[in-house]
Design a protein around this ligand. Structure first.
Ligand code: ARG
Length: 576
């Protein structure tokens, strides 16, 4: 059940009856319980157009809107808000309907093809913290879209091509005189650094590196073999990270930059034919007057360098065309940090002008801010180096293990390892997912591993609390036949929240904002804690019907927490 859309449609109907059908019907969740559960706030705008008093308009809307089944009362407040208090019997019924539904009553949507371009690390180096956000935000968005029934096509647009590979392959060729590729490339950071030093300092090496670039581009066999070895080992490094992170990307999802190589010349010649690309100082460029600077100079979007080489941009145009034409993407979501925002804006303008995608297909760059250290600067190691993702994740598990061991000494070693892994990885992921993605955030071990506040351990713990109630009660939640009655305000509040799961997942799918789901789960867990305090369940003084009803509400909380955390890619535990 989606209460929000139900309310919107009822208000729309009322507006039609009032013969103002083009007025909008904005319904929001109320900020405070005294304002009801939802609020209609379209009366003020309508009053302006009709030149009447807002409160009078609000009254007319209240007279017309049919909500007897759903709402206990409607109340006009302030300048003309309509506060909607939902009816307890109706709410209880809605909860009963979804008690044993693993989807929590969430309806599948009309299916779209959604391409999600995420993670997409550069294979020349090891995955570092810069790839954490795209990988986990992307994976959460993918899971939510799939949950809603969409056909998701993951695209790991790995950086596996480009001039930097010349230097790396030249270095690799030398190394292979003495060792095998696996050992030579066991540490990609070191390998890259060595190659770079030789490139900058060793006589003749830079020339050889450039030769390798040419050989690679012409498809020279020996060179391609080296390149494949390099790419393969680097992908294996990424897979190790994906596995630790519990991220759903596989090799089949890789569609690296190299995959578009053959198409780049076509992209440029088509842009030329269409009169979009023109020669400028030997390069092929597209001028974009819609993104002109203050002096009126159009932005310049380069698609081919003067030496003939292609760019990141050219590849993204080819990818756009492939996703539109071959993958039939209704939507394309691309997750990268905010510094690439201009690139994607320009790419969209150029691509649309060139007809590389259909007008009704959307192209959505989903930018995110940076992960910062406690000093407010980009997150680095103590010595100023980039932090390897693998090491960061291992540290998370280690820290969680210490914390859990202090709190609980009943776990055997296997259990402790399992809990530590789920809590540690969950904490890192959740800390990231729970922040509004567009802003930078400060990475802090202590807050993310805390059992208080909006953290993974808090939610995982709340889930185990509910589970332990069922263990104590001695009945599995599946055995509940579920009559629910809502008498206390805490029960009402909890039921309203439970019914909002669908609304929340829909927002996440539309806006690619997992933090909305995190906030919701945190609110739900907190509401459960206050419910549990105010409404005893297992005490002898509680009558059977009340106990059964409260157990049913608790079961719903558990399934919602579990479903929600699963969508975020975070494991739940039975005890911790
Ligand atoms: N490899 C790029 C990077 O690490 C991200 C690629 C994102 N996707 C794209 N279609 N450009 O910054």
């Amino acid at each position: 059940m989606n209460i929000h859309s139900l309310l919107v449609s009822r208000f729309k109907q009322a507006l039609v009856e009032m013969q103002v059908s083009d007025a909008s019907a904005p319904v929001t969740r109320s900020a405070r319980p005294e304002f009801g559960d939802y609020q209609f706030n379209g009366a003020m705008a309508l009053a302006k157009t009709l030149k009447q008093k807002p409160r009078d308009i609000a009254q007319q809307i209240v007279d017309h809107v049919k909500l007897d089944d759903v709402a206990e009362k409607l109340e006009i407040a302030g300048p003309g808000f309509i506060n909607i208090h939902l009816n307890d019997v109706w709410l209880a019924n809605q909860c009963e309907l979804i008690l044993h539904d693993p989807r929590m009553g969430v309806a599948a949507q009309s299916q779209q093809n959604v391409v999600v371009d995420y993670s997409s690390p550069n294979l020349a180096k090891e995955m570092h913290v810069g790839h954490l956000r795209t990988t986990i935000i992307g994976d959460a968005v993918v899971k939510v879209l799939e949950f809603l029934g969409h056909h998701v096509i993951r695209q790991n647009h790995m950086g596996d091509w480009g001039t930097q590979f010349g230097m790396l392959l030249a270095h690799l060729a030398d190394k292979l005189q003495e060792e095998v590729a696996e050992t030579a490339l066991s540490d990609l950071e070191d390998f890259y650094r060595e190659a770079k030093v030789r490139f900058d300092e060793e006589e003749g090496f830079a020339d050889r590196a450039r030769e390798y670039v040419v050989k690679l581009q012409s498809g020279d066999e020996q060179c391609m073999t080296l390149w494949k070895q390099f790419i393969d080992i680097s992908i294996t490094h990424s897979e190790e990270v994906y596995e630790k992170l519990n991220v759903s990307l596989t090799r089949d999802d890789i569609m690296g930059e190299s995959a578009y190589n053959e198409d780049l010349a076509n992209v440029v010649s088509e842009l030329k034919e269409k009169g979009l690309a023109v020669e400028d100082q030997g390069a092929q460029v597209v001028f974009l007057p819609e993104l002109a600077d203050k002096e009126g100079n159009p932005a310049v979007y380069i698609v081919q360098k003067s030496g003939g080489g292609y760019l990141y941009a050219t590849t993204d145009l080819a990818a756009m065309r492939y996703r539109s034409g071959k993958l039939n993407a209704d939507r394309t979501l691309i997750l990268t940090d905010a510094r690439q925002a201009l690139h994607f804006k320009q790419t969209e303008i150029v691509g649309r002008k060139a007809g590389f995608m259909k007008p009704e297909q959307s192209y959505e760059h989903c930018p995110f801010g940076m992960m910062l250290g406690s000093d407010g600067r980009p997150f680095k190691t103590r010595t100023g180096g980039t932090v390897k993702l693998v090491e960061l994740l291992d540290e998370a598990v280690e820290r969680a293990s210490k914390l859990i061991a202090e709190r609980n000494n009943e776990l055997d070693e296997n259990e402790l390892n399992d809990v530590a892994r789920k809590v540690g990885i969950g904490a890192v992921k959740y800390a990231d997912l729970s922040k509004n993605r567009t802003t930078d955030y400060i990475f802090n071990w202590d807050t993310m591993l805390s059992f208080e506040g909006n953290t993974a351990p808090y939610l995982q713990y709340a889930y185990t609390r509910v589970k332990s109630i069922f263990r104590k009660a001695g009945i599995p939640s599946t055995a509940l036949n579920g009559e629910i009655k809502l008498e206390q305000t805490q029960e009402h509040g909890l039921a309203v929240l439970l019914m909002q799961f669908e609304e929340v997942v829909n927002v996440v799918a539309k806006e690619a904002t997992p933090h909305v789901l995190c906030t919701y789960l945190y609110d739900l867990a907190s509401a459960f804690m206050s419910f549990y305090e105010a409404c005893p369940i297992l005490k002898d003084s509680v009558d059977d019907a009340t106990r059964a009803s409260r157990l049913a509400l608790s079961a719903l909380v558990a399934s919602t927490l579990q479903q929600g955390l699963t969508l975020l890619g975070i494991d739940t535990l039975e005890k911790m």
